[in-house]
Design a protein around this ligand. Structure first.
Ligand SMILES: [Zn+2]
Length: 348
C-alpha cells in the first residue's frame, strides 16, 4: 500500500535544489539571534513564530515569498560562517527526507557580504572563491555526519552583467560539478551568458540551465541552452512535450530534464501535473527526474512531491522509481558512481 513513509524510505535523488530555498526557520532564527538581527527585520520572537511567518507568506503567494522570504534568508547568508552552517544543515535535510544523493545549487553573487546586513557595519566583500569554499566545506562535513553524497552547482543569477557571469564561471574548480543559470528567465534569456558557459567547454565542469520555466519564449530558450550554452541538463523545460522535435533532441542527446512539479504548481506556471506529460516523455526515452527546487521555502519535501504524483495518479510507483534511476543516470558523476547509485535505487 502506498504511504508517505514508503516514499520517504525509497532511496531518492534530488538534482535541482536551491540552498537558499531550503533553510528551515529554526536554523534561520538561530542565525538571526547569533547575528543580532533587529526584531523589526526578523518578524518573529521564536523559531515557532518564524515558522508561522513563513507559512503566512506562502498563503500570500509567491511574490511575497520571493521578496520577503528569500529576502530574509539572503540577508543572513552574508558570512562564510552562516553559509557553512546552512550547507551543513542542508545535508541533514536531505538525510531526513531519505535522499541519498543531491546536487545543491546556489548563486555566489548574492552572498558577497554586500547585501543589507542588519545590525552590522558594512563588511568586506567576500570573494566568489571564499563563498564557494564555505558552502562546499559545509556540504563535505555534512556528508560525513549524515552519510549522504552531494555535488555543488554554482548558479549565475541571470540578471548579472555578461562580465560578472564570466568572472563567476572562472572561479569554478574541483569543488563544483556544474554551472547553472537561474532567476528571471523572462527578462534575461540565456544568450546573455554564452561567454560564461564557454569558459567551461574545455573543463570538467558540466552545464545545466533553467530554461522553459517561465516567460514568453520557452522554445527559444530551450534551443539556445542546448545549442549555444551546450547544456548537459535543463531545469524545468515545462512545455517540452509540446515540441516533438525537441523531445527527440533531448532524448537522443541524453539531456536530463530536471522537473520540479510542485514548485511549478505553487508558482502558477502549470495548472495540473498533467501539463508536464511526465509518463509520455519518459516513454519517448527522455531522462525525466523529479526534484524539489525550494523545499523549505515552499513548504514541502521531495517525498511530498513523489507521494502526490503517485497518489493522484500522475505516476505509477514503478514510474516514480524510474524517475530516480533517470536522476542517477543524468547526475553529474562518473559512470562508475552513477552505476553505484542506480544499484541503490530499489523499491522500498
Ligand atoms: Zn530552480
Amino acid at each position: 500500500m502506498l504511504t508517505k513513509d514508503s516514499i520517504r524510505k525509497l532511496p531518492k535523488i534530488d538534482l535541482h535544489r536551491h540552498l537558499d530555498g531550503d533553510v528551515k526557520p529554526h536554523v534561520l532564527f538561530e542565525l538571526a539571534e547569533k547575528n543580532k538581527m533587529n526584531p523589526i527585520n526578523v518578524p518573529a520572537d521564536s523559531p515557532e513564530t518564524l515558522d508561522h511567518y513563513f507559512w503566512k507568506l506562502r498563503q500570500e503567494g509567491v511574490v511575497a515569498l520571493l521578496q520577503k522570504g528569500f529576502g530574509l534568508v539572503t540577508a543572513l547568508l552574508q558570512t562564510e560562517e552562516n553559509l557553512y552552517r546552512v550547507a551543513f544543515e542542508e545535508v541533514r535535510n536531505l538525510a531526513e527526507d531519505g535522499i541519498i544523493y543531491a546536487e545543491v545549487r546556489f548563486a555566489p553573487q548574492y552572498h558577497t557580504g554586500e547585501s543589507v546586513y542588519y545590525g552590522h557595519a558594512k563588511r568586506n566583500r567576500l570573494s566568489y572563491q571564499d563563498i564557494i569554499a564555505a558552502v562546499s566545506n559545509g556540504l563535505r562535513d555534512g556528508e560525513k555526519v549524515f552519510s549522504v553524497k552531494t555535488g555543488l552547482i554554482v548558479c549565475i543569477g541571470r540578471e548579472a552583467e555578461t562580465e560578472k557571469g564570466v568572472a563567476i564561471a572562472r572561479c569554478l574548480d574541483e569543488k563544483v560539478v556544474a554551472i547553472d543559470l537561474a532567476c528571471d528567465e523572462a527578462s534575461y534569456p540565456p544568450e546573455r551568458h554564452i561567454s560564461a558557459y564557454a569558459e567551461t567547454f574545455t573543463t570538467k565542469i558540466k552545464r545545466t540551465v533553467h530554461a522553459g520555466e517561465f516567460g514568453n519564449q520557452p522554445y527559444h530558450n530551450i534551443v539556445t541552452s542546448i545549442n549555444e550554452l551546450k547544456a548537459d541538463r535543463l531545469g524545468h523545460a515545462i512545455p517540452l512535450a509540446k515540441y516533438p522535435e525537441l523531445v527527440d533532441v533531448v532524448s537522443s542527446g541524453r539531456i536530463g530534464i530536471e522537473m520540479c512539479p510542485k514548485s511549478n504548481k505553487y508558482c502558477g506556471f502549470i495548472q495540473s501535473y498533467e501539463d508536464l506529460q511526465i509518463p509520455q516523455l519518459m516513454s519517448h526515452g527522455v531522462l525525466i527526474s523529479i526534484n524539489s527546487d525550494d523545499p523549505a521555502m515552499f513548504g514541502y519535501t521531495l517525498t511530498d512531491t513523489l507521494y502526490e504524483l503517485v497518489n493522484e495518479g500522475y505516476l505509477t510507483m514503478e514510474e516514480a522509481v524510474a524517475t530516480q534511476r533517470n536522476a542517477a543516470e543524468s547526475a553529474f558523476l562518473s559512470e562508475h558512481e552513477k552505476a553505484k547509485l542506480i544499484s541503490k535505487v530499489t523499491m522500498p
